[in-house]
Ligand binder design. Sequence first.
Ligand SMILES: NC(=O)c1ccc[n+]([C@@H]2O[C@H](COP(=O)([O-])OP(=O)(O)OC[C@H]3O[C@@H](n4cnc5c(N)ncnc54)[C@H](OP(=O)(O)O)[C@@H]3O)[C@@H](O)[C@H]2O)c1
Length: 334
Amino acid sequence: MTRIRQQSAHGMSAGERGSAKRCSRLGDALLAALVLAIAWAALPRDTFAQAPAVPASDAQVALVTGSTSGLGRELALRLGARGHHVIVHGRNEERGAEVVDAINAEGPGSARFYRADLASLADVRRFAETLLADYGRLDLLINNAGFGSAPDERLLTEDGHEYRFQVNYLSTFLLTHILMPRLLDSAPARIVNVSSGAQTPIDFDDVMIEKDFSGRRAYAQSKLAQVMFTLDLAEELEGTGIVVGSLHPATYMPTGMVRRAGVEPRSTIDEGADAVMQLVDSEDYESGQYFSGLRPTRANDQAYDAQARARLKRLSQELTGIRCRMGRCRYVGS
Ligand SMILES: NC(=O)c1ccc[n+]([C@@H]2O[C@H](COP(=O)([O-])OP(=O)(O)OC[C@H]3O[C@@H](n4cnc5c(N)ncnc54)[C@H](OP(=O)(O)O)[C@@H]3O)[C@@H](O)[C@H]2O)c1
């Protein structure tokens, strides 16, 4: 191959050689463009970031999962108005772009959107690894994304797990642990898990609810799992400068999941956002505490059962590949 090309170049006139050089430069440029196009096409599309909005060097960085609508959207806007760089997350790119544009236009903070489906553990890993590469600090993690009780149907994720259990709880467990090194580096930092007052004990013989399924039961067990996770995290993170809390933000706010359930709203999104922001700001609560709105309260009894929490933690490790030893958990890669 190489020899044939050399022979034909030697047989050319000066003009032909000039034109061959131009052609070869054009060819190189086309080849480079092709390589770039292939590399761009190979980038994971499901973790989609908009044009970079780089945080100001002194800006705190906050990730609000599920901030394309409802409570998460309001939290993202409030944090942007305080000057945070907000990582806006969800699946809907159009709504994500609307939130990002609103924050970037209003200032003083900035924002960037990432798309990741919490019904895919591979997507969660990719999302978290992208964030670790893109951000040198993470001061606040609000695990807010959630899927409600409607439709009253047993759905499965791409990984074959019961849908609410994975989207509302298991993906949060995985995401939080992968991001933990960045939170630890940024301490003092906060983690807020947006749970709910709807809580049902987990039946460890049927965690994926193959029997007696209802959307409400699936939602409520996933929400209790979040509270149990919060209590475990508080123990693991003692002395690290990371404070963690969970809460029922407000009852029936007018959001997507409440609309889908056909329930008449009873409180405002502002009330829910005030309750979450209290856990972001307050110095007055013990790490691990569960709140209903603005008040500390007691969650379902199973949350305080150390054996039940240990079973949930073991199962979560098995399902996600997170490894915990001597009270410390870490991500060992996919
Ligand atoms: N509304 C209430 O009265 C109430 C009461 C108690 C607790 N809560 C809790 O508050 C939190 C926020 O819910 P909301 O009321 O604001 O509901 P919402 O308007 O339906 O918002 C849910 C958010 O979660 C995201 N999400 C849902 N499924 C996802 C998935 N598979 N992957 C990635 N993101 C996903 C959605 O993003 P995309 O649409 O872009 O995918 C959206 O941004 C939830 O954890 C909920 O359980 C709400």
